[in-house]
Design a protein. Structure first.
Length: 226
């Protein structure tokens, strides 16, 4: 699946391409107007952004009157932006996790054998009482690699692991922006609680913003780009 790439026509100049998420953010920040024109592959002509199929144009809040009590700068807008995002469902998230698990397996398997050959006495490190087993030390290596992989990719400008980006999924913070490294470092070990609680992962099926238990703990959302 490919995200919608839009070109913008403003003041006699073409800008872009932008993803649909970037366009919605620019409208929300009032860097673009719904009346500005957009074009993508398959269009015969430029169309107002408000008329482009599949593009949810957020309703930009009006500035508060002088009689109202002001909120901290940007807080109201950031909290509200999450309501204009599309959230990834259980199936897409499961497929993304499957892809990531395969990638981690492809990296960790030769890494495990390399470590075993260098510091654990070779192939016999994988046998115990005549049966195959993985030494506990290598479980820790694999866990550390997975933690670094998920945390760094989700906190990067990509906002998602390779599996998530393949399906046009991104991880965001409560404002709809890129999460901090601290959030993503908390998010990965919180998945253990999602697993042992049994309902932690299926919560995606019924929670309002399709969040799993570890999303609530870390304060994250998983969104889907068009």
């Amino acid at each position: 699946m490919q995200a919608i790439d839009l070109y913008i026509w403003r003041e006699g100049q073409t800008e872009g391409p932008y993803s649909s998420l970037e366009v919605r953010k620019k409208i929300w920040e009032q860097a673009l107007q719904p009346s500005d024109f957009g074009w993508r592959e398959g269009f015969d002509d430029w169309k107002p952004l408000s008329e482009i199929p599949g593009l949810i144009v957020p309703e930009v809040p009006q500035a508060p009157s002088t009689a109202s009590v002001p909120e901290p700068s940007g807080s109201r807008r950031k909290r509200s932006m999450i309501g204009y995002l599309r959230f990834a469902g259980f199936r897409l998230r499961w497929v993304a996790r499957l892809v990531d698990s395969m990638l981690i397996f492809l990296v960790c398997t030769p890494l495990d054998f390399f470590i075993a050959n260098q510091w654990m006495g070779g192939a016999h490190a994988f046998t115990k009482f005549g049966a195959f087993h993985i030494p506990p030390q290598l479980y820790l290596v694999n866990l550390a690699f997975s933690w670094v992989y998920f945390a760094t990719f989700e906190a990067s400008p990509m906002q998602g692991t390779l599996g998530k980006r393949l399906l046009n999924l991104r991880v965001t913070d409560p404002s709809g922006e890129r999460p901090s490294l601290l959030r993503t470092l908390v998010r990965y070990p919180s998945k253990i609680l999602s697993a042992i609680s049994i309902i932690g992962y299926p919560m995606v099926l019924w929670t309002r913003h399709k969040r799993a238990l570890h999303d609530f703990i870390a304060g994250t959302y998983v969104i889907r780009e068009l």
